[in-house]
Design a protein. Structure first.
Length: 381
């Protein structure tokens, strides 16, 4: 049975919410859709953010569903469509086994990692999370939360708004991390798409200090960067190569033993030091990591998005998808896919018109990692 989902755009929050509720009720009456909902997920664009409390109250009252999670994004997405810079909301109602979903926040504690339900299921297997981008030590917060789960399987994104960074965890709150913890009875499959094209091979980071990288493979980091771009080492950086560096060159970090073709975290390249021949990236480096330089590439982004959809299809084979969530970097859609809704249309073409919602985030969360410039696709089955 398919989860119920709905989305709508309208400048009046009451009308937009009513449109969503009408769609959900029509699906409840249709064959093939779940009639209930264990909890609700709602994503709002910042144009509706000031009405978050009223929208959540209305959804609770009219749907009869007590537990809700969600947050604000620069845009929200649904199957085949994106709403950016316009008032919109999207809702998904997962219908899961009783007792398999526990909403948490700074006010509500999640189940303990080794807690079990009466039927023996592990209560803390996966989690859907939202976090404030200004939360202190955010990567550590993500890793700590992942460590509270038996699978380590977080998915989610950072609130993305120029206004109040509201989160929803039954109540409307602000700051920190919140979401829902799911038990081992819930079946989920997640893949991450990067949308980048590597420039040269992966290099061992052999000398570093915080976000500064001095040596790669025992060679000055700036010389390695220039060599990967085809420039001669040493001396001044020619204008041609400076242009390539300034127009979309990134640093990607991979953990020791990871598949550097797909499993890496993209970070901005923020500074070059021609005297010390070093580079600086927007991430603190630790030992036993590798670094590869990459560019954001529309063709690579399209191919990689198709790849993760194909992997999901192959792994599930004939098992139907019940619903899905997608978290995309706020900088991806128009630039990498050539127009609004193109990114979501690709997913729809590959997986069909499944119940799917998500939002454009200020950072994407998968596993125990905080990503950037990526997309995180997770399906319930």
């Amino acid at each position: 049975m398919l989860f119920r989902s709905a989305h709508a755009s309208h400048p009046d929050w009451r009308f937009a919410t009513e449109l969503v509720l009408t769609q959900l009720e029509r699906q409840r009456q249709r064959t093939g859709y779940c009639t209930g909902g264990s909890f609700g997920i709602v994503y709002l664009t910042e144009a509706l953010g000031e009405h978050t409390q009223e929208i959540v109250n209305t959804l609770k009252t009219r749907s009869g569903i007590r537990d809700w999670i969600g947050t604000i994004g620069q845009g929200v997405v649904a199957s085949g469509v994106e709403y950016v810079d316009k008032p919109a909301l999207a809702v998904l109602l997962p219908d899961l086994p009783p007792g398999s979903a526990s909403v948490f926040s700074g006010l509500l504690r999640p189940p303990a990692r080794n807690a079990r339900a009466g039927n023996g299921a592990w209560l803390a297997e996966h989690a859907i999370v939202h976090a404030c981008s200004s939360a202190p030590e955010l990567p550590d917060l993500v890793e700590d939360m992942a460590g509270k789960l038996r699978s380590g399987g977080l998915i989610g994104g950072l609130t993305s708004t120029r206004k109040r960074p509201w989160q929803i965890a039954n109540d409307v709150i602000e700051g920190g991390m919140s979401g829902v913890v799911l038990s081992s009875e819930v079946q989920m499959l997640t893949r991450v798409t990067q949308g980048c094209q590597p420039v040269g091979p992966a290099h061992d980071i052999t000398e570093h200090d915080g976000h500064l990288i001095y040596l790669l493979d025992g060679t000055p980091a700036l010389d390695v960067l220039l060599a990967d771009l085809g420039a001669p080492p040493g001396g001044l950086i020619a204008e041609h190569y400076m242009q390539r560096i300034s127009q979309g060159l990134f640093a990607a970090l991979a953990e020791a033993g990871a598949d550097t073709e797909v499993d890496y975290q993209v970070r901005n390249l923020v500074a070059l030091d021609p005297d010390k021949r070093s580079i600086a990236i927007a991430h603190h480096v630790h030992g036993k990591q590798q670094l590869l330089f990459c560019t954001r590439d529309p063709q690579a982004a399209h191919s990689d998005l198709v790849r993760i959809c194909t992997e999901i299809q192959a792994l599930l084979e004939t098992t139907p998808i019940k619903g899905a969530l997608y978290y995309s970097c706020a900088s991806r859609s128009d630039y990498l896919f050539g127009g609004q809704s193109k990114e979501m249309e690709i997913i729809q073409q590959q997986l069909g018109d499944i119940p799917l919602i998500g939002f454009f985030a200020g950072g994407e969360i998968a596993g125990n990692r905080l990503y950037g410039h990526s997309g995180v696709l997770s399906v319930f089955y």
